[in-house]
Design a protein around this ligand. Sequence first.
Ligand code: NAP
Length: 279
Amino acid sequence: MNNIIDGIKASLELKKEIKKEIEKDNLTPSLAVIQVGDNKASEIYVRNKQRACCEVGINFISIKLPDTISEDVIIREIQRLNNDISVNGILVQLPLPNGFDEGKIINEINPLKDVDGLTFPNVGNLVLENECLVSCTPYGVMELLRLYNVELSGKDVCIVGRSNLVGKPLIQLLLQKDATVSICHSKSKNIKDYTKRADVLIVAAGHPNLITKDMVKDGAVVIDVGINKENDSLCGDVAFDEVIKKASLITPVPGGVGPMTVASLLKNVVKAYKIQNRV
Ligand code: NAP
């Protein structure tokens, strides 16, 4: 059906633009990713990032630490990367194993190198509409909406999920586009009352089939951020097969938001390089 948003195609276009920009201006951006422990999903995510960096000409530095190390070792590693002028982006692959203080560790990253947009200054600057590095998944969602010409001004947008990584930054990005934003979470009552009136529905809860067709307005744009594993395959938070019949546009899982998250990370690394080198 032609109402499916093709995140793979969109991400390829973005990557092509990024590669061209790097080659044209002879940029030498580099990204360091710190991974702690051996979470299988994280291994896959880090490999995908490495492959994408390689495709566009970003130098990729992989730092793997065992989960037996102390928080101080991670912090010292971050400080070393902060001081290394050849490193433009630093990313700590989340989630960290139990017992590590993610907030404290992330906030050791120099905000100018914080390509995940999670440090206090980047979050604050996003709220204040100053220049900043924006969290990659929300950035990728906004890019998809832009590439598919989805009008946001004056539209009702409902976000399901209020995480620091996805839901909260999306509120700001959508407000900047003059959307009217409502946000639901696990304590919200009658979620359907909010989702059903949304012109654009963005779901990031981590629950398969949370959104069914009766919860969606006719002709809505539905962006499914969720990634869930069911019977050895991946699915999102939206009951895709039934919601596709009501939506004017819908993202599949996989192949929707996921590839755009990686492409947005590459964009952030190049942006960080340019800010640091005043290009
Ligand atoms: P998270 O930190 O676990 O947050 C989930 C949010 O959903 C929370 O705000 C939670 O509410 C809310 N929620 C949970 N169950 C709900 C329900 N039944 N009804 C309404 N709200 C509910 O997760 P996250 O990091 O934001 O990720 C969300 C999903 O997106 C996951 O499946 C994750 O794998 C996926 N993801 C995908 C990408 C990508 O690139 N495609 C990137 C990041 C995340 P409370 O705040 O009340 O707990």
